[in-house]
Write a protein that binds this ligand. Structure first.
Ligand code: FES
Length: 86
């Protein structure tokens, strides 16, 4: 089983830092890299509906991360790997 990591590639997310996340795989440990399936996806509509949340958005499994950066995404991946005993 792999954890799906979906990086929003919509314009708002891309210009707010999503572009930096396209290299996420380079920052993962070999084990983390084995456990995830990373893909770019079109706008997830969170940018239109964000009271306290800001782009860029990344979905790690079912968890939506706002103001995502490599560290936040890596932490969530580690948490889920532990939770799922992968
Ligand atoms: S551009 Fe990412 S949520 Fe809309």
């Amino acid at each position: 089983m792999k954890i799906e990591v979906k990086i929003c590639m919509g314009t708002a997310c891309y210009v707010m830092g999503g572009a930096d996340l396209t290299t996420l795989a380079d920052y993962l440990t070999p084990h983390q890299a084995e456990c995830v399936d990373i893909k770019g996806i079109p706008c997830v509509d969170s940018c239109f509906d964000s009271k306290n949340k800001k782009p860029p958005f990344v979905l790690v499994g079912d968890v939506m991360i706002s103001e995502a950066n490599v560290n936040k995404v890596r932490e969530e991946i580690s948490r889920q790997i532990e939770e799922l005993s992968l």
